[in-house]
Every structure is written in structure tokens, then in C-alpha cells.
Design a protein around this ligand. Sequence first.
Ligand SMILES: Cc1cc2nc3c(=O)[nH]c(=O)nc-3n(C[C@H](O)[C@H](O)[C@H](O)COP(=O)(O)OP(=O)(O)OC[C@H]3O[C@@H](n4cnc5c(N)ncnc54)[C@H](O)[C@@H]3O)c2cc1C
Length: 386
Amino acid sequence: MDFALSPEQQMIYDYGGKVAQSFDHKYWLEKARKFEFPRELWQQTAEDGFAGLMVAEEYGGGGLGLLEMALLIEGMSNHGLPLLMYVVGPTMSLGHINQHGTPEQKSRYLPDAAAGKTIFCFAITEPNAGSNSMRIQSVAKAHGDRFKLNGSKVFITGVDVSDYAVVVARTTPHDQVSRKTDGFTVFIVDMKAKGVDFHAIDMSLVNPEQQFTLFFDDVDLGPDDVLGEVDKGFEILFDLLNPERVTIGAMACGIGRFAIEKAVAYTSERVVFNGPIGAYQGVQHPLAAAKTQVELSSLMLRQAAWQFDRGEEAGPAANMAKYAGAEAGIMAVEAALQAHGGNGFTHEYGLYDLYSMARLLRTAPINRELILNYIGEKVMGMPRSY
Ligand SMILES: Cc1cc2nc3c(=O)[nH]c(=O)nc-3n(C[C@H](O)[C@H](O)[C@H](O)COP(=O)(O)OP(=O)(O)OC[C@H]3O[C@@H](n4cnc5c(N)ncnc54)[C@H](O)[C@@H]3O)c2cc1C
């Protein structure tokens, strides 16, 4: 067994530190407080070859896997630069066009997206379905070989800066399918198409990418806009689940490490009784315990990504690592916040702002309870309640 990263993987993991020399956490925080997309940072990462990390080399990408994407996202988050857009775009959208797209779709979309010239968002969540994606109601009704898409999506990240959305819709009503996972189709929708509209949701999250309600009113789609097979969209979605869990877990671990490092620096300097407060075990232990949880989660995330890239069953490790990573991230930011005293709540230190981001990852894009349901039912074989 070899735990060492290759030199290339190490370089990808360390990239966050390099790019943070030009776009640091302060930059991220300023953008996050204004809900403003950090376009210069995005462009820089794309120019440095990371938007297309999971895109095949023949389409202008890096030809690498989920492990490298997780290392990139964790490494950037280690330096206070977590970007949800890297999960919904380069991982979930591009990774899957790369895997399931036709040669024409790949040539049409991937080179520009890998170069950072176009951006993708990913839309499945609906107001009336929430965590239960089987209940989505957006319908793409067939008219010959074309479709008319109608419906709405909610909490979609980065719609305003996206050129395309990868959208999941029903093409056959649920009462006409034999398996409940049949009848869904994945489409690539041009955000400039007639009938596409969106409104920003007033979120209290401190995060640079905004969330939107997305509306489709008779949006005309053709056969070239279908990703994979009509009615078989869930086969693509199943492939998306583990990358989503792994990259979100990686982001949470990075946020946790960043907060812990800030707390170590702060508590090593801050003196209120005898010597720095970091010497008191009451301050040290919560940080040490959180550090341990972060590193444990990070190890398991690498295992899950490695299994996914080898085509092995990655579900158990991906779910456990996402659960553990999200909890570790919260634990770390919470410990760091407490260690900063009143300063934790100031704009200057920005820790309370970071808490909202860490806390989000327990709930979205996949909530803690659904992850635990998976572990209980699929990994441990316990009975299912729904
Ligand atoms: C900041 C942010 C960004 C997002 N970005 C995207 C995006 O880009 N694209 C996209 O498609 N979606 C996105 N989402 C949506 C996200 O995936 C959903 O919020 C999430 O799937 C939960 O759905 P819901 O909010 O409707 O919660 P609900 O489904 O209403 O669940 C509410 C709570 O009930 C509990 N619960 C639900 N079901 C169960 C169960 N079976 N067992 C036990 N407990 C349960 C959980 O605690 C859950 O948190 C985003 C959300 C946020 C907040």
C-alpha cells in the first residue's frame, strides 16, 4: 500500500497555496460578502489547466480523475478558497459530458469549458421534490425528435455566470415507468435559449457563488442536447453521486484545516493570563480533536476517489468520508471560532463568515441524513423506511 501522492498530484494539491499568493482568502471573503463571482480567480485556475482537469486531453483537458479534482478542491480550501462552482461545473458537469457525451458534444462543449471560456452549472433540485430527486416534476415533452422543457429548479448555484446548465428532467411520467429510476433524461441547456429565466435567492450564506431559482418555459431542445440516453438519465446521475460527495468532503476538510491554522497562529500569540492561550489544554484539545477528524476524513476521501477512478464501488467510502468531512469541517471552524474569542466575530478575522460555509456542507448539496441513510441501509444492510 502506498499513501504517497505522485509529484503531479502533489503539485495539484499545493496549487491552492500558489494561487492564494495572487488571490488570497481576503479576496475570496470580499467577493463572498458581496455574493460576487470571483471571476479573476476562476479565470486563473482555468488558465492554469484546472477547469478541465477531468476532461480528456484530446478535448483540451488534463485527462485526470476524481482524486486529482478532490486534491485541487481540498488544496484550494486549505488556503481559504472553497469554490462550489468547481463541484457543479468542472466535476459534475464537465466530468460527465466527458464520460457520457457524444464525440460531437465533447468537441462542442469541452475545449471552451476547459479553457475557462464557458461555465456550466448543474440543476436537479426542485421546490416540491427537495432531497427526493425521484419526485422532480420538470418535464421535457417529446415532439418528434425534439423536446419542450417546462418546470423550475431551486438553489441552483452560479446560474448568473453560467453559459450552460446540465438539467435533469422527466421525459416519461412516473406512473408510466416500470422502474422508478426510469423516465429521467439529462439535457445540456443553453442559458441564452428562449424560455430560460432565473431569479436570485436571498441567501444568508457568505459565499461568492449565488443560488437561483431557474425557470423553463417551453424551452426547445433537440436530440443533440440530450446527454446519454433518453429516459436513462439516472444511470448518469448515479455516476455523479460519488464525485459530488468526495469533492464536497474535500472542500469541508480544507475549510477545517484553514480554520485550524488560523487558530493555531492566533492562540500562539494571544496572551491573556500566563503565556499564550494556545498553551491551555482547554483551547488546545478542541483544535487537536478537530484536526484529527479532518485528517481522518481526508484519508478516506482519497480512498473513495481512488476507488472511483479505478471503476470500483466507491459508494461506502464516499458517503462515510463526506459525512465525516462535513462534520470535521464544522468542528474545526467551531473550535477555531471559540479560540478567537470576540475576534472570531469580527470582519477582520472572518471566522464567523467561514462558519456558514462549513455548516452548509452538512446540508447541501447532500444532507447528513441521506448520507447516514445510505450508510445504514446500503453499507450496513439495515431496513429502509421509505
Ligand atoms: C448553497 C446551496 C447550493 C446548492 N446548489 C445546488 C446546485 O447547484 N444544484 C442543485 O441541483 N441543487 C443545489 N442545492 C440544493 C441542495 O442539493 C438541496 O438543498 C438538498 O438536496 C436538500 O433539499 P431541500 O433543501 O429541499 O431539503 P429537504 O429535502 O426538504 O430536506 C430538509 C431536511 O430534512 C431532512 N431529510 C430529508 N429527507 C430525509 C430522509 N429521507 N431521512 C432523514 N432526514 C431527511 C434533512 O435533514 C434535510 O436537511 C443547493 C443548496 C444550497 C443550500
